[in-house]
Design a protein. Structure first.
Length: 370
């Protein structure tokens, strides 16, 4: 047996799978979050926005269509734990090249199966996102929390998960169209695929790239990608975005959306238990059109803080009214809090990429006339 334990003494029991025996990581607490999607476990496990988190999947059976490497959203994972009700080996999958359990074992993900994920999700809904620790005995859990002093036991702040998720050096993805810069905070491959489909040549930059380095390649536009963690703990990224948002057409996605708001003088805040799932309704405040979106974020933009920033709220979450999209009134800049590359059934949110392409093309035409 193995356990997921919380500081208040609540413990959820399950059976260990994945990298428990192989892992050399010291016992540390991680943020425990849940996702309500019915499918897409492979995309979630390899989504770098989950870096530093323990992920609970509410769908009871997970792993039933195996593992297909082409569907990975990154070539690595930074997920710290995976909690399931029932683990399937994916027997009979037509294109499976392995199983979810195989991937977890090979990539250092500790898993817990046989857990009452319904009770666990209700617990998180009641108390909000909480730190939890994966342990092999109840005694280890009691001892860990008794000695717990927070993450910075030695007075040292750990490196932000964005910097443990981003690429180490810039690289180019060939294309015949205009050059587009992508600032990689943990970018999903499907975002890059959508940009490729629209004809862009892409240069992907590490999260620590400076505005001068990006502009030195003379891109026609910039995409600020998704990524993990608290946006307010990325002051260098905010400073870089602040230098760029009046110089290039920009599309911000998820974390990129939050960084744009901070760069313009806005504020962000932590949601009680985040938005993670494939059924979040969003409405366009200008047209009244509503779409179902795929989301994965724990922070949101404070709408009142956008006053005087130049940004107009264009999209709003129909569940809780949070800001889901912005457009700047003076500059060719737009952003969305959800994942337009995600397709929770309908694919209509990919129109965001079409809109951005139009903005880039108009900007090129305007500059050509000068």
């Amino acid at each position: 047996m193995a356990y997921l334990a919380f500081q208040d003494g609540t413990i959820f029991e399950g059976e260990a799978f994945g990298a428990w025996l192989k892992s050399s990581n010291p016992m540390t607490e991680q943020e425990v979050v849940f996702n309500t999607s019915m499918s897409g476990y492979q995309e979630m496990v390899t989504d770098l926005s989950y870096a530093g988190q323990i992920l609970v999947l509410t769908q009871p059976q997970i792993g039933n269509y195996g593992w297909h490497h082409e569907e990975n959203e990154a070539d690595k994972t930074r997920l710290q734990g995976l909690i399931l009700r029932e683990l399937s080996q994916g027997e009979g999958s037509l294109h499976g090249e392995g199983s979810l359990e195989d991937y977890c074992l090979q990539h250092g993900v500790q898993g817990l199966k046989g857990v009452d994920t319904r009770a666990l999700t209700r617990y998180l809904r009641q108390f909000g996102t909480l730190p939890g620790v994966l342990v092999q005995t109840r005694e280890a859990a009691i001892e860990f929390w008794k000695n717990y002093r927070g993450q910075d036991l030695a007075g040292k702040k750990s490196e932000h998960w964005v910097y443990r998720s981003t690429v180490k050096e810039a690289y180019e993805i060939p294309g015949s169209g205009p050059l587009l810069a992508v600032l990689d905070f943990g970018v999903k491959r499907n975002i890059l695929r959508h940009l490729q489909k629209r004809g862009f040549r892409i240069m992907v930059f590490p999260a620590r790239a400076t505005a001068e380095e990006i502009l030195g390649h003379h891109p026609r536009g910039l995409v600020l990608s998704n990524g993990p963690g608290d946006p307010e703990e990325l002051p260098e990224g905010v400073a870089t975005v602040r230098k760029l948002y009046d110089k290039l057409p920009i599309l911000g996605i998820c974390l990129g959306h939050q960084l744009l708001a901070l760069a313009a003088g806005g504020e962000t805040y932590k949601l009680p238990y985040g938005h993670r799932g494939g059924n979040h309704p969003v409405i366009d405040t200008r047209t009244g059109k509503a779409t179902m979106t795929s989301q994965n974020h724990g922070y949101a933009v404070q709408e009142a803080s956008l006053e005087g920033s130049g940004f107009e709220v264009t999209l709003r979450n129909l569940n809780d009214g949070t800001v889901e999209g912005m457009e700047h009134q003076s500059f060719p800049v737009l952003s969305v809090q959800f994942h337009p590359e995600g397709a929770p059934g309908p694919e209509e949110n990919a129109e965001v990429f079409d809109r951005f392409k139009e903005i880039v093309e108009k900007s090129i035409i305007r500059k050509g006339r000068k």
